[in-house]
Design a protein around this ligand. Sequence first.
Ligand code: KIV
Ligand code: NA
Length: 263
Amino acid sequence: TNPITTLSLRKMKAEGIKFVTVALYDAPMAAMARKCGVEVVLIGDSLGMTVLGYDSTIPVTMEQMIYHVEAVKRGNNKSLIMGDLPFMTYATPEQAMENATRIMQAGAQMVKIEGGAWLAPTVQMLSERGIPVCAHLGLTPQSVNKLGGFRVQGRSEEQANQILADAQALDEAGADLLVLECVPSELARRITESVSMPTIGIGAGQHTDAQVLVINDILGLTEQPPKFSKNFLVEAEDIPGAMRKYVSDVKNGVFPDQEHTFG
Ligand code: KIV
Ligand code: NA
């Protein structure tokens, strides 16, 4: 049981095998993800909302991210461990390098940052120095105030073309993964076909190379769950059963269905 790497994920994309990501925050959930065959574990800055009770990800600090990356790492030595860089910790490439270093030293094997082509120099700088980067386009929650709310992105032709161009720029800069959040299914398909890095969708339809959900949504802990998420505990006997169902539904192309997709 070799650990999952950037290479394993690119191989899965090439072979058309879907992989699974879960955003989670602690050691027992990380251990369960390992047992359920989850390829990528994300310590998301969503922890500001799902664990700490804030109404956005903006208050999240480096110290909080490091605390949770360390906990997750202790629970899982098989999945690829990816940590978010929180709000305004990568405003310049130099800042990104410093803060990504801290996330890597806490146990992550990849960092995730939100934004378009303006991040290409940052992606290149981190990649050249040995830090794999996951880009994040579409609904980028750290920009909620600029976007005017948690809304689907890329509905107009102009916006869709912009997101596609951003994806291509980040791919060329050396990004190893791309999260696409809340974009129409057709746009996610176009992007997935036109970049070399694997894509991970959340509210992006079934044509991405992988899917990600937040553990709180999988387990029905979210008060007002987003349209694209699904409570898998309803159809399961226990928490590990819910995670196994999520994993198998993604791998078999059963989730996401139309009901959990934006057209
Ligand atoms: O913070 C997070 O959990 C995320 C995923 C939803 C992609 O960024
Ligand atoms: Na995040």
